[in-house]
Write a protein that binds this ligand. Structure first.
Ligand code: ADP
Length: 621
């Protein structure tokens, strides 16, 4: 049979190189990765067997064989196996997005390794965990790997071999058994480099026990089964160690960092299920990518059925990892059925409730962890405010927001508790950054008055504030929208209003880009600001809709003037004296432009604005 030599894809080659040069200290995990792959392959085969009898296998298991003489370790499964194309596609390439970026950072860390050892190693491990290097980790301990596989139901098998140097060979073999075996040709042991003797039975036992105990297929060495195979989610919390939970989490999530919280639940009665859920401690890179793989694993009576079941969670909790084991579903359930199944919808609602309740509990018992959670996942969770109204309260209860009250984010309950006498609304302002919002002229009167304002700077904030009216009865109010009603003593006096009538009317006519010009009390030190109509689109929303390709007419806003500002009173005085002065309309333009710039907006014609300004300045210097 002819042997072909192929090259690894460029990114795969880089990753291999990092593995060969061993970028982090825990090399034991290569065995866990191989067992995990074997277990996945057995799951897939069991599933295939449900649909096609001829693919069934009697004794699904994983076998480990060590040969001290030859210094090899072989992990064999009678799982689904791979076709030749699959071997080339799955083993020879890395298909995941974001890999190049991760590799770059891994490389950087490696460059730093000599100087700042441990921290960087930790981060490398996390990076690797994030994109599940899996199979390639064998090259930390191997100088050659031989993979022999035959896809269940296929007539021939494939032998793949590589010493990790950029190429591999592949050939068809006639007599391979169904399933996959991976033979690792071990490098000489070097305990100082944490490269142990992986032919040692004690070592193998220890690794399997530590990392793979919950694997639901027997992992055998000779006559002995090394793992207990107990479904972790079915065991009482008190009997399972933290370490076991963390290992399980790693197995299902490919995330190296420990989870923030573990949530276990059991529903009894007409529809029974058990769930074991994990809150990750960091957001995956693809959290906001529509086509990313999220969701839970679905089991039916301990049998693995589906990966990435998004149907089991509402979208805004898609980052939660874990397992749901339902007792009464059909083993043949498909994704299509899942989407419509009433029980699944019920489970989804119950899980969502439980998750939100657990996060609320976390807030109370571990503020630090809660803060991490919210920092990583808050924007995703807030998407839920666009969903079913009945969940709004629970989401708002666990939300926190940046605020003018301090550096730390605040909860709404705390905000409301701090509201001074006379304040009856939750004030907020949306924008792109804390600095931009905090320095906005709109803040002035609120600052003067001592009213706290929430600073909402996530993209999703622009949208949910349109959909949610109140928190527990206290209304939300944008400070850039409609008229603010802060206090009567600061109202522009009737006298002022009368005096300004003429200049306001003139400005209304002169400034085409604004809907209205009026006096305000919301400013203390700025001359002017722009506000949106109570029901008009905000500029950020307008931008968003346009970015999504919607064709909208530009929304005009209201220019508000501060009559206490010398510039505003001077414009008024000038207009009273010489209403026809052409220079006046330029001043009006400058006034409008300044208001736009102050809120971080874009001028329609920056060159003209600059010219007008330069002209004015040249008269004053
Ligand atoms: P991951 O397991 O994170 O997807 P790996 O690099 O470990 O990444 O494996 C890549 C793919 O190769 C797997 O997703 C699987 O499709 C296939 N594969 C690996 N090992 C086996 C095996 N023992 N049996 C069948 N397929 C396997």
């Amino acid at each position: 049979m002819s042997t072909e030599t192929l090259e690894f894809q460029a990114e795969a080659r880089q990753l291999l190189e990092l593995m060969v040069h061993s970028i982090y200290s825990n090399k034991d995990i290569f065995l866990r990765e191989l067992i995990s792959n074997a277990s996945d392959a057995l799951d897939k085969r069991r599933l295939a067997g449900l649909k096609d009898d001829s693919l069934k296998t009697d004794d699904p298991h994983i076998e480990i064989e060590a040969d001290k003489e030859a210094r090899t370790l072989t992990v064999r499964d009678n799982g689904i196996g791979m076709t030749r194309d699959e071997v080339v596609g799955l083993i020879g390439t890395i298909a995941r997005s974001g890999t190049a970026e991760t590799l770059r950072r891994l490389k950087e860390n490696r460059g730093n390794k000599e100087t700042k050892d441990n921290k960087e190693n930790g981060e490398s491990a996390e990076l690797i965990g994030q994109f599940g290097v899996g199979f390639y980790s064998v090259f930390m301990v191997a100088d050659k790997v031989t993979l022999l596989t035959r896809k269940a139901g296929e007539p021939t098998g494939v032998r793949w071999e590589s010493d990790g140097d950029g190429t591999y060979t592949i050939e068809t073999v006639e007599d391979a058994p169904e399933g996959t075996s991976v033979r690792v040709h071990l490098r000489p042991a070097d305990e100082e480099d944490a490269l142990y003797d992986y032919t040692d039975e004690g070592k193998i036992r220890e690794i399997v026990k530590r990392y793979s105990d919950f694997i639901s297929f027997p992992v055998r060495m000779g006559e002995t089964t090394l793992n207990s195979m107990k479904a972790l989610w079915a065991r009482p919390r008190s009997e399972v160690s933290e370490e076991e939970y963390h290992e399980f989490y790693r197995h299902i999530s490919h995330d190296w960092t420990d989870p923030l919280d573990i949530i276990q639940m059991r529903a009894e009665g007409t529809f029974e299920y058990e769930a074991l859920l994990f809150l990750p401690s960091r957001a995956p890179r693809d959290l906001y990518q529509r086509d990313a793989r999220h969701g839970l694993q679905l089991y039916v009576k301990r049998v693995f059925i589906l990966d990435d079941s998004r149907e089991l969670l509402p979208d805004h909790l898609r980052f939660v990892k874990g397992v749901v084991d339902a007792a009464d579903l059909s083993l043949n359930i498909s994704r299509e059925i899942l989407q419509q199944d009433r029980h699944i919808q019920l489970i989804r609602r119950r899980l969502a409730k439980k998750i939100l309740a657990s996060i609320k509990e976390l807030m109370g018992k571990d503020a630090e962890k809660y803060r991490t959670f919210w920092r990583e996942f808050g924007p995703a969770v807030k998407e839920g405010l666009l969903d079913r109204a009945e969940d709004h309260k629970a989401i708002l209860d666990i939300a926190s927001f940046a605020s003018t009250a301090g550096e730390e984010p605040t909860t709404l309950a705390d905000y409301v508790a701090r509201m001074p006498e006379g304040q009856d609304k939750i004030y907020f302002m949306t924008g792109e950054s804390r600095a931009q919002v905090e320095n906005s002229p709109h803040m002035e009167a609120f600052r003067a008055k001592g009213y706290e304002v929430l600073l909402l700077t996530d993209a999703v904030d622009e949208i949910w504030v349109e959909a949610v009216r109140d928190y527990d009865g206290t209304e939300f109010q944008s400070i850039t929208r409609g008229e603010v009603d802060l206090s009567s003593e600061e109202e522009p006096s009737a006298e002022e209003a009368g005096e300004y009538e003429a200049v306001l009317a003139w400005l209304n006519e002169t400034l085409d880009d604004v809907k209205e010009v009026r006096l305000t009390t919301r400013l203390t030190s700025s001359p002017a600001c722009l506000v949106s109509d109570t029901d008009g689109l905000t500029p950020a929303l307008e931008k968003m809709y346009k970015a999504m390709g919607q064709d909208l007419p530009s929304v005009k806003r209201i220019l508000e003037l501060n009559p206490k500002h010398p510039l505003v009173s001077a414009v008024k005085a000038a207009h009273d004296k010489r209403p026809d002065d052409p220079g006046l309309s330029e001043t009006a333009e400058l006034l409008y432009g300044t208001a736009l710039l102050a809120e971080g907006g874009d001028l329609a014609d920056p060159a003209r604005f600059a010219a007008l300004l330069a002209d004015r300045l040249s008269k004053t210097v």
